[in-house]
Design a protein around this ligand. Structure first.
Ligand code: PMP
Length: 321
C-alpha cells in the first residue's frame, strides 16, 4: 500500500514476494524514516491459525508513525489485510503443530528528495517468514552483558518507537557483547547509566525476594506486547509484580544477598527467555544456578499454551483467522 500526498493511503495489493524498486534518493536511505512491527501467527493443534494481540501491533505501529512524522495507517484495514495475506499464502503452513509464522509489517519513506523533512510518499508492506517448531528449540538460559559505554535510547529520543535507527544504534553494543561470548546486551538508561532499560529485542524482568519487577515504561523503552501480557498473567495468578525504575545496583545487591531468584526476557521472537548469567564490569552474576525458575517456566507455559491454543485464553488475546 502507498501513501501519496493529497490522496492518503492507496493501492492495497497482495503480490508475490519480489524485490521492489526505489530511487537512490528515497528518503528512507538518508533520513531513516522507517518503522516496523513483529508479530506471529500460530498453528494450533486443530490446524487452525491464530494471531496473538495483532491489534496492539498495529496500534504500536501508529505510535511509531506519530513519533517519526509518518502518516497514520487504518489499523482495522491493516489487520484485515494481514489476515487476507496469510489466507492467500497458505504454503507456510506445515503439518506440525507448534510452528509459527513471523510477520513483519513495515513502513518506509519513498519520496526521492535530499533534505531533512518528513517525506510526502511512503510504502507500507507486510512480509512473512515461517519459524520452526518451538518444541525443538527448547528453552535455554541466555547470557547477557550489561553495556557500559553505549546507550540504545534516551528519554525524549525514539526509544519507545519501533524504528530502524534504534536497532542500528544497538549494533555496536551487541558486537562487543558477542566478542565476550554474550548473546545479548542489557541496556542501561542513557542519562545516568544507572537504571535498567531492556535487552536487544526483549523487555526484562527480575524476580527479587518473591516479587517480580520490570522497568516502568519511561519513554525510552519499547512497550513490549509480551511484557504487557505477562504482567497481566502475573496479576491474574496473584504473583506480586511491580513496574518501576530499577537501578542495576539493586540487582547486584539482590544477587549478593541471595534474593535475586529469577531473571527473564519477554518478546515476540524470544517468547520467555530465562537469563542464566549477567556480566557487569568484571562481575559475573549467575542466576538460579543457570536453571529455569518457577515463574519463568509458568509464564513460558502459559504464553505458549495461549498462543498455540492448548490452554484457554481467558484474556481474549487470540484472534482466529
Ligand atoms: N524491546 C525491543 C527493543 C524489541 O525489539 C522487542 C521486540 N519487538 C521487545 C522489546 C519486545 O516487544 P514484543 O513483546 O512486543 O515483541
Amino acid at each position: 500500500m502507498d501513501y501519496v500526498e493529497g490522496q492518503g493511503w492507496v493501492n492495497p495489493t497482495i503480490t508475490a514476494y519480489a524485490p521492489i524498486e526505489l530511487s537512490p534518493a528515497a528518503m528512507v536511505f538518508h533520513y531513516g524514516q522507517a518503522v516496523f512491527e513483529g508479530l506471529k501467527a500460530y498453528l494450533t493443534e486443530d490446524g487452525e491459525v491464530q494471531l496473538f494481540r495483532p491489534d496492539r501491533n498495529f496500534k504500536r505501529l501508529n505510535d511509531s508513525n506519530k513519533r517519526l512524522c509518518i502518516p497514520a495507517i487504518d489499523e482495522e484495514l491493516a489487520l484485515n489485510a494481514l489476515k487476507e495475506l496469510i489466507r492467500v499464502d497458505r504454503d507456510w503452513v506445515p503439518s506440525a503443530p507448534g510452528t509459527s509464522l513471523y510477520i513483519r509489517p513495515f513502513i518506509i519513506a519513498t519520496e526521492p528528495y535530499l533534505g531533512v523533512n518528513p517525506a510526502k510518499n511512503y510504502k507500507f508492506m507486510i512480509i512473512l517468514s515461517p519459524v520452526g517448531s518451538y518444541y525443538k528449540e527448547g528453552i535455554n538460559p541466555v547470557k547477557i552483558l550489561v553495556e557500559q559505554h553505549y546507550v540504545r535510547a534516551v528519554v525524549g529520543g525514539t526509544g519507545e518507537a519501533k524504528t530502524a535507527g534504534n536497532y542500528a544504534s544497538s549494533l555496536k553494543g551487541s558486537e562487543l557483547a558477542a566478542q565476550q561470548g554474550y548473546s545479548q546486551t542489557l541496556w542501561l538508561d542513557g542519562k545516568e547509566n544507572k537504571y535498567v532499560e531492556e535487552v536487544g529485542s526483549m523487555n526484562i524482568f527480575f524476580k527479587i525476594d518473591g516479587k517480580v519487577i520490570t522497568p516502568a515504561l519511561n519513554g525510552s523503552i519499547l512497550p513490549g506486547i509480551t511484557r504487557d501480557s505477562m504482567i497481566q498473567v502475573l496479576k491474574s495468578k496473584n504473583i506480586p509484580v511491580e513496574e518501576r525504575a530499577i537501578a542495576f545496583e539493586e540487582v547486584l545487591t539482590a544477587a549478593k544477598n541471595g534474593t535475586l531468584e529469577e531473571v527473564f526476557g519477554t518478546g515476540t521472537a524470544a517468547v520467555i527467555s530465562p537469563v542464566g548469567e549477567l556480566k557487569w564490569l568484571d562481575e559475573i552474576i549467575a542466576i538460579n544456578d543457570g536453571q529455569i525458575g518457577e515463574v519463568t517456566q509458568m509464564l513460558y507455559d502459559t504464553l505458549l499454551g495461549i498462543q498455540y491454543g492448548t490452554l484457554e485464553d481467558p484474556f481474549g488475546w487470540t484472534i482466529k483467522l
